[in-house]
Design a protein around this ligand. Sequence first.
Ligand code: SF4
Length: 118
Amino acid sequence: MPQQPLAQVPVDATWDWQEQGACREADTALFFHPQNERGMSRLRRDRAAKSVCGRCEVRLECADYAIRAREPYGVWGGLTEEERERIYVRSTLTTFGRDKGEGIRAAGVDYINEMLAR
Ligand code: SF4
C-alpha cells in the first residue's frame, strides 16, 4: 500500500516541520515506487522526488526523521530507500536513537547533500 510523503501526514505538534514540506503540493506517487518498478522508470521517479526535496526547507528534519525511524519505503529528505540503507551500513550504530538530530549526525549532512546531488 503506498504511503503518503511525510509532509502530508502531520501527526503532532513536535512534527510541525511537516507542514512546511515542499511535497505537500506534489503528487504522492512521486515519492513511493509502485510494485515492480525498476530501471530507468524508477531512476526518473526518484530523481523527480529528490528534485522536490532539494527545494524543501525542512529537508534535514525529514531525513533525520526517516533515518531514525528506519522508514523502509519512499524518498524522504532527498534520500531513497537504497541511500538510507547505505547510511545504516556505514554507521557504527546498530540502532538510531529517538533524539532529534541523531539520524543526521550518524549519516553526516555532507553525505546527505551528496546523495541529493545524484
Ligand atoms: S524533504 Fe522531501 S519528503 Fe521530506 S518533507 Fe521535504 S519534500 Fe517532503
